[in-house]
Each structure stands twice: as structure tokens, then as C-alpha cells.
Design a protein around this ligand. Structure first.
Ligand SMILES: [Zn+2]
Length: 170
């Protein structure tokens, strides 16, 4: 980490101390939360999260973030979700069980990484006051996530470019 700060990405266990957040979000309010990180994919989830904590949170300037796992009946065809409004302490949901079913063990780690980076991209936009209801950043955050999977580096260039285009349109 280049900025010397300690960055933390933690797995929601139902009662994490999130002091420092300007919200008290509990994913149980909106999702059927799964605590099954001890199953077949648990080690892969934790390995991916360690990588994100080390390499990705500093790039996005995020001190602390939380990943929760949810059951995919609630997912509306989404494997990942950023909880809007939690940007001071982002909550990222991942349907890990569904990812596990849809990938092989090797592909799982990459998809887990890509999903978390994608959703952190939405958190980054939220924190920077971008109204995604007005401007579609879906392809942009996906480009950042796929770029990370391919290179191991977070390049925020696609976001900056999109924001630049947006200001030109005004
Ligand atoms: Zn998205």
C-alpha cells in the first residue's frame, strides 16, 4: 500500500464493529445473508478478499469495507451488489454460492475478484457524488474490474475518461 494507511476488507459475520462509518447498515435488512464461508469456496473467498484488501482498497482510497455473502434467490440475476449510500464504509454483497456453481475452482477466484472490484467502483463513484441514475457507468466499472483481473493493477482511467466526457456534455 502506497499511502501507509491500514486498509481492511472484512467478511460480514452479523455483528462487525463499523465505527467510523456514517451509516449503520445491516445487510439482513435487504438480503438473505449467507454465513456459509466455511464451505467449498470459503478459502477462495478469503484469498480473493486478502488480495483486494492489499491491492485494490488503497487504489480506490477506501480504508474499510465489508463483503457480505447472500443467497442468490434474492439476487435478481446479479452476482454482486454495492449498497448505495454506504460509501464511507462500503458494503459489497456477493452471491458466492452462485459464482461457485457457475465457475470452476480456478475461475471462481477471478470472478470473485472482478465482482468485488466492480462493486467498489460503484462505491467510488457514489463517494465522489456521481449520480448513476443520470449517467450509466456500468461498462466503465466493469472495464476497471476486468483490467484489474488482467493486470493486477487498478487503473481508474476509464472512470476519469467517462467523467470527462460527462462534463463536456453539459
Ligand atoms: Zn455494476
Amino acid at each position: 500500500m502506497a499511502d501507509g494507511l491500514r486498509h481492511r476488507l472484512r467478511l460480514w459475520d452479523g455483528a462487525l464493529d463499523i465505527s467510523g462509518a456514517d451509516h449503520d447498515y445491516d445487510p439482513e435488512w435487504d438480503y438473505e445473508v449467507s454465513y456459509d464461508a466455511d464451505g467449498a469456496f470459503g478459502d477462495e473467498v478469503r484469498a480473493a478478499m486478502e488480495e483486494v484488501e492489499r491491492d485494490v482498497l488503497p487504489a480506490f482510497g477506501v480504508r474499510d469495507a465489508v463483503v457480505f455473502l447472500f443467497e442468490d434467490e434474492n439476487s435478481e440475476d446479479r452476482v454482486g451488489v454495492y449498497v448505495n449510500g454506504t460509501s464511507s464504509y462500503p458494503f459489497i454483497g456477493v452471491s458466492a454460492a452462485r459464482l461457485w456453481r457457475e465457475t470452476d475452482a480456478r475461475g471462481f477466484r477471478e470472478e470473485m475478484l472482478t465482482t468485488v472490484v466492480h462493486e467498489l467502483g460503484h462505491a467510488y463513484l457514489d463517494r465522489n457524488g456521481v449520480d448513476e441514475a443520470e449517467l450509466d457507468f456500468e461498462e466503465v466499472v466493469e472495464a476497471v474490474a476486468r483490467g484489474y483481473a488482467a493486470t493486477g493493477q487498478v487503473d481508474l482511467g476509464p472512470i476519469a475518461a467517462r467523467l470527462g466526457q460527462a462534463s463536456f456534455r453539459k
